[in-house]
Design a protein. Structure first.
Length: 255
């Protein structure tokens, strides 16, 4: 079990104030990591939960709708917590509209946040992790949050599907480039998880019923359900896992 231990590691989790980001931040802390909580809404509640696990938490303000803050996020995490070993690219948004009516604004907002910022924050973190691996031999771990729409088409979410399919491709590309440089790059593809992101679907009685009927587990997932996969991919237990998109979906894709 020691290979799952994250003691002494520093993790950066984006979009950590709520939902899946909060669930993953707390799970990483429970496994021993100190956590930098990055986002546009201060993650006070998550910081308290990380500290309750006996780990350090630092809140870093950043609006990831542009790539302007990416260098500062890495610099602040390293300065405040003494390193950067794990990056979880979780922050993301969704816009819903019929493809025939979809606007350029809804395209750009989603692709910029969910894909462009993921690449450039990974680049900034990857530079640090590659240098750290050359110096200390310690591996870096990048975990992207993908989606069922990294595998499937979906409906009424064209920019989201494009961005999450892009995240799956980017995960594989970065794994190919950085595996030999001491960085593991993988993704978690959550199924249907009860968060703000899916509030509209949960509230729609007929979509909610259709979704529940298709999930073999028979329930929506919770942010805590993502924790085990995140700890695994962040740990030495996954040192030989590269470019994988791990579905944590209650069996949705198996149907
Ligand atoms: P959520 O509760 O809406 O959380 C999204 C997080 O991203 C929030 O912390 C949000 O901050 C942050 N964020 C959004 N735009 C940002 C920006 N410009 N700068 C900084 N932070 C920003 O939804 P969630 O379900 O936990 O989503 C987390 C990730 O999982 C997303 O990438 C999402 O696409 C993905 N995902 C979710 C599901 C699901 O079923 N819920 C399934 C597959 C994938 P604010 O609170 O300040 O907005």
């Amino acid at each position: 079990m020691m290979s799952f231990d994250l003691t002494g590691r520093v993790a950066v989790v984006t979009g950590a104030n709520t939902g899946i980001g909060q669930g993953i931040a707390v799970a990483l802390a429970a496994a021993g990591a100190d956590v930098a909580l990055v986002g546009r809404t201060p993650a006070e509640e998550t910081a308290a939960l990380v500290k309750a696990e006996g780990r350090r938490a630092e809140i870093i303000g950043a609006d990831l709708s542009t790539i302007a803050p990416v260098g500062d996020v890495v610099a602040q995490a390293v300065e405040k917590l003494g390193g950067l070993h794990i990056l979880v690219n979780n922050a993301g948004i969704i816009r819903r509209n019929d493809a025939v009516d979809f606007t350029e604004e809804d395209w750009d907002a989603v692709v910029d946040t969910n894909l462009k910022s993921v690449f450039f924050l990974s680049q900034a973190a990857g530079r640090h992790m590659i240098a750290n691996h050359a110096e200390t031999g310690q591996r870096g771990k990048i975990i992207n949050i993908a989606s069922m729409l990294s595998f499937q088409g979906g409906i009424r979410v064209p920019s989201y599907t494009a961005s999450k399919s892009g995240v799956a491709g980017l995960t594989k590309l970065l794994a190919c480039e950085w595996a030999s440089k001491g960085v593991n790059v993988n993704a978690i593809a959550p199924g249907y998880i009860a968060t703000n992101n899916t509030a509209a679907l949960q509230a729609d009685e007929s979509r909610n019923r259709q979704i529940m009927e298709r999930i073999p587990e028979g329930r929506w997932g919770s942010p805590a359900d993502m924790g085990g996969a995140a700890v695994f991919l962040a740990s030495n237990a996954a040192d030989y896992v590269q470019g994988h998109v791990l579905a944590v979906d209650g069996g949705w894709l198996a149907r």
